[in-house]
Design a binder for this molecule. Structure first.
Ligand SMILES: [Zn+2]
Length: 169
């Protein structure tokens, strides 16, 4: 599961969001006085995706790959530990697509920390990492195998597809 949204797309590449922007997302669609702004349907669905942290662009990219060779996946199943982004129920295979910042990946993007409120973000991300580990353990305990695809890996589409094929093969 990607419980949190990717960093806002309008910011610089790989730049982590500020706490203020996260707070704003939590009240997406509301103005300063809590009055709902009017959004177009496209804006509205973009906001909903950001708030729920699902159907993010890395997730969509992985799903597009899977459709070509393993299309019978289920999305965000609540009855599977960790509500994986993608699950093959019969085969007990779960795939998580993780944003490097939010899930504390050990890569350049994941290591980047906002200067403002760094401790706040560090604690938040540590919590996500711990939760991810708990999900992996719960899945393993029920006989599932899990694969994590990191956002940064998607730069190499061929390698990612190979990884997915091997995992599902
Ligand atoms: Zn990464």
């Amino acid at each position: 599961m990607s419980p949190l949204p990717d960093p806002p797309p309008l910011r610089g590449r790989g730049e982590a969001p500020s706490p203020a922007s996260a707070a704003q997302r939590g009240r997406a669609g509301e103005g300063a006085l809590g009055v709902r702004r009017k959004e177009t349907p496209a804006q509205r669905s973009a906001i909903m995706r950001a708030v729920k942290g699902r159907d993010t662009s890395p997730e969509l990219a992985v799903r597009a790959m899977l459709r070509t060779f393993a299309p019978f996946y289920r999305l965000h199943r609540k009855d599977v530990p960790g509500n994986p982004d993608i699950a093959y129920i019969g085969r007990k295979r779960a795939i998580f697509v993780h944003g490097c910042f939010w899930h504390g990946h050990e890569c350049q993007r994941g290591a980047r920390m906002p200067k403002a409120n760094a401790e706040y973000w560090r604690a938040k991300i540590a919590k996500n990492v711990a939760r991810d580990a708990a999900h992996q353990a719960a899945l393993a305990a029920q006989g599932w195998r899990a694969l994590t695809i990191w956002e940064c890996e998607l730069k190499d589409a061929a390698a990612t597809e190979k990884k997915l094929r091997e995992f599902l093969g």
